[in-house]
Design a protein around this ligand. Structure first.
Ligand code: SAM
Length: 445
């Protein structure tokens, strides 16, 4: 039996009326487990054929699936290392379904770590367009980066910046902006005991004030006719409908639009918004979609690309690894060489941690290719790939960091694929492959 703060239960009783007792029953049940397919690297058929547990389609997104309660922990599975999927409770995908990102658009995810929603957005963009993912807490932004690398996202910038600074500079730049706001986390109670510990009436109020400020900043970043989506994983009206109402009353140039989805239920006194309660098959979410009607001129200049001295070596390395030459947009920061995304704006003073994909690092006058570069590739794009199946002893050995025997015709850098999905690389010579799987990512079991 789980126990919850009395003040929280009283609030839920007021909010839900007749449905309160059903809610209490659901609150005692475990949260649904799920994963989300990463369409940048894998397809549904491969995932279904490879995983040892069943996938049940979810109503919250076409890429989300429920997995059995007793399924193996997904983290150590080779296809997880390969970035074929992201562990996510299915209803957590609802906000991005409402955001409805498209290939070719410019999109901002303002509160992005650890990256569940950003990686979903990137998947829906299919590698086309420009994604900016921001996380104000620097340590959490590093987790965001490692998830982006694992899922092979190449058309994004990751930053750790205050929303008011970022959105002022990037005023009018984005077609769609997501604010998945920090909240009191009532919807996480079934999964995260810490959220129950942290909860108080005071916390709900503080969150509401902060949410209003973040939304205020986010509004600046939206271009004319662009979309602003506000979401939380909490039930309190103060953090949901009241934040949106307060925002709209001060911004008559924004209108509330229908969320355009059939899952969950209408918001409380706000039929255009959507709420998900445990009785609706999820944890606890709120999502509202708004549109900016007023002009918002974008003044941020384009990134001033400059010729870099390592350009010829970078091209050589790229051509050694990839079949097709790339129209490289190269950026150098210190020893790091990056393949920048198209449409990159000026980045100064915005806490940028990564712009595009790390191609490699200059070490002792040579460029060492980066794991992230390989993770963003498909096997058919590489000159050399060593393929393994998920159940092979070789892939276990590779993910442990061991050297492998390979065909003696392989020379130089080769991708390592698991069930057709690149999970890293190695350097081959004389029938052996030196392991380049990063130490911090290796399996230790
Ligand atoms: N969208 C993320 C995902 O799907 O993985 C989850 C985001 S979580 C609900 C909210 C995030 O907002 C946290 O990572 C938190 O660190 C960040 N945050 C906290 N205070 C903030 C602030 N004042 N402004 C912007 N973001 C903040």
């Amino acid at each position: 039996m789980k126990f919850y703060p009395l003040a929280f239960l009283n609030r839920m009783n007021l909010l839900l009326g007749d449905e309160y007792s059903t809610f209490l029953e659901y609150l005692q049940q475990p949260s649904v487990r799920g994963i989300r397919l990463n369409p940048l690297k894998c397809d549904e058929k491969t995932l279904r054929n490879t995983l040892s547990f069943s996938l049940t389609a979810s109503k919250f997104s076409k890429f989300s699936f429920q997995i059995p309660e007793d399924a193996d922990k997904p983290g150590a599975i080779p296809l997880h290392h390969a970035g074929a999927f992201y562990s996510q409770e299915p209803s957590a995908s609802s906000a991005v379904t409402v955001l409805d990102p498209h290939p070719g658009e410019t999109i901002l995810d303002l509160c992005a770590a650890p990256g569940g929603k950003s990686t979903q957005i990137a998947g829906m963009m299919q590698g086309e367009g420009f994604l900016w993912s921001n996380e104000v807490v620097r340590s959490r932004a590093s987790i965001l980066l490692s998830n982006f690398e694992r899922l092979g996202i190449s058309n994004a910038v990751i930053s750790s910046c205050y929303p008011e600074v970022l959105c002022e500079k990037l005023s009018g730049f984005f077609d769609r902006v997501l604010v998945d706001a920090p909240c009191s986390g009532e919807g996480m109670f079934r999964r995260e005991p810490q959220a129950v510990q942290d909860w108080s009436e005071e916390h709900v109020k503080t969150c509401a004030v902060r949410q209003k400020l973040i939304l205020e900043s986010a509004a600046l970043a939206v271009k004319e006719n662009g979309v602003l989506v506000y979401s939380t994983c909490t039930f309190s009206k103060e953090e949901n409908e009241e934040v949106v109402c307060g925002f709209l009353s001060e911004h008559p140039d924004f209108v509330l639009e229908d969320a355009g989805v059939s899952f969950g239920r209408p918001g409380m006194g706000m039929p255009q918004a959507r709420r998900i309660f445990p009785m609706d098959g999820g944890d606890g979410h709120f999502v509202a979609k708004m549109r900016r009607l007023s002009p918002n001129v974008c003044r941020i200049p384009e990134y001033p690309f400059q010729k870099i001295s390592a350009e010829a070596d970078a091209r050589d390395l790229y051509d050694q690894i990839f079949q097709q030459p790339s129209p490289l947009l190269l950026v150098q920061t210190g020893s790091a060489l990056l393949l920048a995304p198209k449409g990159l704006p000026q980045l100064s003073n915005l806490g940028v941690i990564r712009a595009g994909v790390l191609l490699g690092e200059i070490q002792k006058g040579r460029i060492e290719p980066a794991h992230a570069l390989m993770m963003s590739a498909r096997p058919q794009e590489l000159r050399q790939t060593v393929p393994f199946s998920s159940s092979s002893p070789e892939i276990r050995a590779y993910l442990h960091g061991e050297e492998l025997s390979v065909d003696s015709s392989l020379k130089g850098y080769a991708g390592v694929a698991v069930d057709g999905v690149i999970t890293g690389f190695g350097k081959c010579s004389s029938g052996r492959m030196k392991n380049r799987y990063p130490k911090g990512l290796r399996n230790h079991n």
